[in-house]
Write a protein that binds this ligand. Structure first.
Ligand code: ADP
Length: 469
């Protein structure tokens, strides 16, 4: 595949941008390609192309849209090996995780959107009314670098299924997988202008897509800080907005849980994608009398994780995305140590000469109000806290500005569910239950607005008309 790109897909045509940006491999710090740095005019042209295509695409029977999404799934499957290798190269994620969580899951989300387009009741009778769910129109999708393909699939699949047309701006650091996705949309035969790709900066392309009067909905995933700006700018024009933002989620281990299983799974969650996962469980809450035992298990497990070349099948953790991200994470770890944190595993030292690596780090003896336990670190760092009573544990879990995910571990399924009911968060996994791509995904509080995935994700992209008869 060609990773040296300078173009954007606008209305079915590849158009050259006035400039490009380098794409770095975070494991080697070597440039692996370029992407277009589109300007404002290209963002405007993409919105115009999406608007032009919106009427026919929105009126197309959902089953026909679903058939085109099925074709897109096939085209993505043909490109699976390229998608995996480009994801490993631009994100630095281990190849095992790139396959499972970045590429296969993303393809599954497009397949899920096709299925939901087929079965969703776009029209429903209520008394003497017919409720018609129509596509909201033109959607700007703005995605981050942590799971580039998954993030775009979670937005683009349901938006297209609902009958919306899309302009996608991928993150500057990870645009290459989006090019492969865009090529797949062309090969699948999606009509011109239904999907448009305009790589570029957040300040130029992103801000234009958020404020554009002809955009009906902005779907953004990224930091809470930028999310607030995006929400404010979109609301100024009364645009619909869907925001998937940060998280600081707790894994709450009850006294009757299998401690070793719960602690190891929590370490794995905190370290997945080198900790650059918004829904990761980055706080581990254990009964006070099991605290030291839990720290031994967590430390041993963190040290057993293999850090290294993301292309190796044996690697668990690759580097962080960038030198800046590494510096930010190291600053948080150093600050926590200065405030008295015990380093159970890992720490701020650089584990190798090259690449933006941070060792899997376990911190203990911090107050739950400590910044390391309150702010989203977005690095491989787990903070462990003891609790005296379950009600205190629930207060600790709910005591952050976020509410994205969480976990409860207990020998009793009923007890685990009773605790889950008290957590102010978008999703809770009981005893290591599997991720469900049909379950609504999204956050409370500073974690955002709206839901992605499944039927709820599709409904985000619809608008209601009630017809009385
Ligand atoms: P992350 O650090 O996870 O990439 P950001 O919030 O910085 O999170 O960026 C997420 C996405 O938002 C990226 O595609 C970025 O280019 C884009 N972005 C950044 N600033 C803006 C902005 N002011 N308006 C719209 N999009 C933006």
């Amino acid at each position: 595949m060609n990773t040296y790109r300078n173009d954007a897909l606008i209305g079915g045509t590849w158009r050259s941008a006035p400039a490009t940006v380098d794409v770095e491999n975070p494991a080697t710090e070597v440039s692996i390609g370029t992407a277009a740095a589109c300007d404002e005019a290209m963002a405007h042209a993409a919105v115009a192309a999406a608007r032009k295509a919106a009427r026919d695409w929105g009126l197309m029977p959902p089953s026909e849209r679903a058939a085109l999404l099925d074709a897109l799934v096939q085209e993505l499957r043909h490109r699976r090996d390229d998608l995996v290798s480009v994801t490993v190269a631009e994100v630095g994620v281990s190849v095992v995780n790139a396959r499972a969580w970045h590429v296969d899951l993303a393809i599954d989300l497009i397949a899920s959107a096709a299925g939901n387009a087929r079965t969703y009741r776009f029209e429903e009778a209520v008394g003497n009314s017919l409720l018609i769910r129509k596509p909201v129109g033109v959607v700007s999708c703005i995605t981050p670098w942590n799971y580039p393909l998954y993030q775009l699939a979670a937005k683009v699949g349901p938006a297209l299924a609902a009958g919306c047309t899309v302009v996608l701006k991928p993150a500057e650091l990870t645009p290459l997988s989006a090019y492969l996705f865009a090529e797949a949309t062309v090969a699948a035969g999606l009509p011109e202008g239904v999907f448009n790709l305009v790589p570029g900066s957040g300040k130029v392309v992103g801000a234009t897509l958020v404020a554009h009067p002809d955009v009906d909905l902005v779907s953004f995933t990224g930091s809470t800080m930028v999310g607030r700006q995006v929400g404010a700018a979109a609301s100024a024009n009364l645009k619909r907005v869907c925001l998937e933002l940060g998280g600081k989620s707790s894994s709450l281990v009850c006294a009757d849980a299998d401690l070793a299983e719960a602690v190891r799974a929590s370490v794995d969650s905190a370290m997945l994608n080198s900790g650059q996962t918004c829904s990761a469980w980055t706080r581990l809450l254990v009964p006070a009398d099991l605290y030291e035992d839990a720290l031994v298990i967590a430390g041993d497990h963190a040290r057993s994780l293999v850090l290294g070349d993301p292309r190796s099948e044996d690697t668990d953790l690759g580097p962080l995305i960038s030198a800046k991200q590494r510096a930010d994470v190291v600053t948080v770890i150093e600050g926590a140590i200065a405030r008295g944190a015990r380093v159970v595993a890992g720490g701020p030292e650089r584990p190798g000469a090259l690449g933006h690596f941070v060792s899997p780090t376990i911190l203990a003896d911090l107050d739950p109000s400590d910044p390391a336990s309150q702010s989203e670190i977005f690095g491989p760092v787990l903070v462990v806290h003891p609790y005296a009573t379950e009600s205190e544990a629930i207060d600790i879990a709910n005591g952050t500005p976020y509410g994205l995910s969480g976990a409860v571990w207990s020998g009793s399924a009923d007890r685990a569910l009773a605790i889950a009911r008290l957590l102010d968060t978008g999703q809770v996994d009981l005893n290591g239950a599997a991720f469900n791509p049909e379950a609504p995904f999204g956050g409370w509080k500073d974690s955002g607005l709206g839901r992605e995935l499944g039927v709820a994700g599709l409904e985000e992209y619809t608008e209601l008309t009630s017809v009385q008869r």
